[in-house]
Design a protein around this ligand. Sequence first.
Ligand SMILES: [Cu+2]
Length: 723
Amino acid sequence: MPIDQAGRPTTGPRSAPPRRRRAVPLALLAALAAGPVAAQTGPAAAPAGPAAAPAKSPLFANPPILGERGASTPRLRGFAPGAAVTAPAPRRTLDLHVRKIAGTLYNPATGRNDQVSLRSYTGEGVDPSAPYVAPVIEVAPGQRVTVALHNDLEPEPDCAGGHAAPNTPHCANSTNLHSHGLWVSPAGNGDNVLVSIDPKQSFTYYYDLPDDHPSGTFWYHTHRHGSTALQVSSGMAGALVVRGNRLPQANANGDIDTLLTNGDGSSMEERLLVLQQIQYACRDATGKIKTGPDGGWVCDPGDVGGIELGPDPTNRYDQFGPQSWSTSGRFTTINGLMRPHFEARAGRVERWRLIHGGVRDTIVLAFRPRKPGAPDPVNLGKAQIAQYLARYCDGAPIAYHLVAADGLTMKAAFKTTATTLQPGYRNDALVIFPEAGDYCVTNEAVVGAASVTQSARERQLLATVAVAPGTPAPDPAAALTEALVAAAERTMPASVKPSVVADLKDGLKLTRFVPHPDIAEGEVTGRQELTFFIKIEPGKPATFEVGNTSFDPKKFDPATFAPRPYDPSVVDRLLPLGGVDEWTLQSAFASHPFHIHVNPFQIVEIRDPNGVDVSAPGAVDQAGGTDTQYPGLKGVWKDTLWVKNLIEKPADFPAKLDSSTYTIKIRTRYQRYIGEYVLHCHILDHEDQGMMQNVCVDLPNGSGTNCGRLLRPDRVSTPRPHH
Ligand SMILES: [Cu+2]
């Protein structure tokens, strides 16, 4: 595979240069002398004080690409190997620094920039004026990616040598790194989230991507149990894009990247969106979060907002919790920008890589035409946005197509008008704006059971798009089929071209680009059951737990259903290498996104409380109010999945509804890698407070690792022998 000096495949889409801010006219500079100018996330240039509102929405830009390690970076001391006789394996050598960075975030609720100081990832090639999105890590299958993680934060005295209460939020300045969705080793210096990189320490992660690693949209974030939510919600999340240029062959599938090309051979336009909920607060002298008359969080002039542990030892996560996002008054950012605008062209296919890197809200992404004459919405606060949406963004949403879920190419493009992204989810969407004009990128209304906030939310505005004249495309499915068939005719090898073209013409099937073969019933060698639970007892803080058995919704029986909070010292499940398990997932209280590291899973079925499978394309899920997130997921491969429980049983729903619990079946193969890793709820404050388990994959006869020494018999599902 051709690789350039930075280790990127040269046939991949062009990499954007590091983002540069647009020049600001001198007159405007003078007019805005009170504070940071134009930049919404610029460094704190002036002392405290509110800044004037920006005049115009910022232009969307992909996040900066993390550059190769600089020559000045100190290397390990010791043996220095000579040049290899044969060409060395392609590799990437990267440095990531964790630092507190002072800057500003625009707050539409007040029309001002708030000063903030937040833990951030920074590195080579990263624009310091855009700190609150992590740089993109680009890799290729077969590469060794070396990431030296340097924790430059200040030491915390109470954090040395571990912490007595693992499920109480703690160690805000300790960190580590998780390559979410990568199919790599969890052990040692691999994707190991069981290490703590404390302040002033460095640790080098080696991610050895095998040759057969799927290309796609993955992401990385901090995963230190006790402060995961605190750090991810500070913006410590970035895209991890695996670019592949493997063409499908008669006996092997290829990368969808090879299909997504324009007529001139260039890659299709890519939009890389890291969606985040940066939930900063300002605190008074006693450490209490400052609130305004309506209870919303406020920052006074001179305050510096942050995300920190609260002073109450029984509620150190006072910046988190079900209602915290709506109470905070904050807005979802895209690559650290508030409501950016995009520039596009009618009829052109664009690949939107969507990454939900947030913690506290559900995103239902749609594109709606915007009425002509609408003003720039950048300065609109929460109260005005509802009116703006009703007045200008109320047209029918346009159809677009999802082609990958959690980085993994789907068997067929899925046509939709709204995509539900829960924390941790990714989707690759192929978007064609049907005609010139303006569009609103909306976060559609959501019912309580489908939402991280656990309560219904109104429509919100994420961004705007200005679409220049091009080729009108009134039927997006027809336009996409035409574009992809033409691309296949140009780029596919003769041996597979007829089948690729026939697939595309048959409902936009992508059979030749799917990375994982289906798991049939007959391949299953064992079973696992999992139930998420929040235990609420009067006078005590809630405990966040996971059970190893299914939950009987008709009765709570502690004899069979004994969920427990996370215990770092035990392994909750022993999983056999080479085994294939069918898992049954439930939530016994509230809804939680299930995420398991290393091996992805295939969705078999999702049954609502009445036992109806709502996962097929075209299925209707309305047990808790109409919810479009599940239909179409049958057979799809993912690494993160919403496990739903109805918050409220609607009065008008048929009386046969005897519970609020959905029951999900997924299947997964434990392939290639042994070692200990985790599964958890991806509402990360739940994870920090105990909604996590250790699992361990071992050789079937137990000879590969020391998993066994940590097993606690009352917690372990009996491993089934596999054949
Ligand atoms: Cu949860």
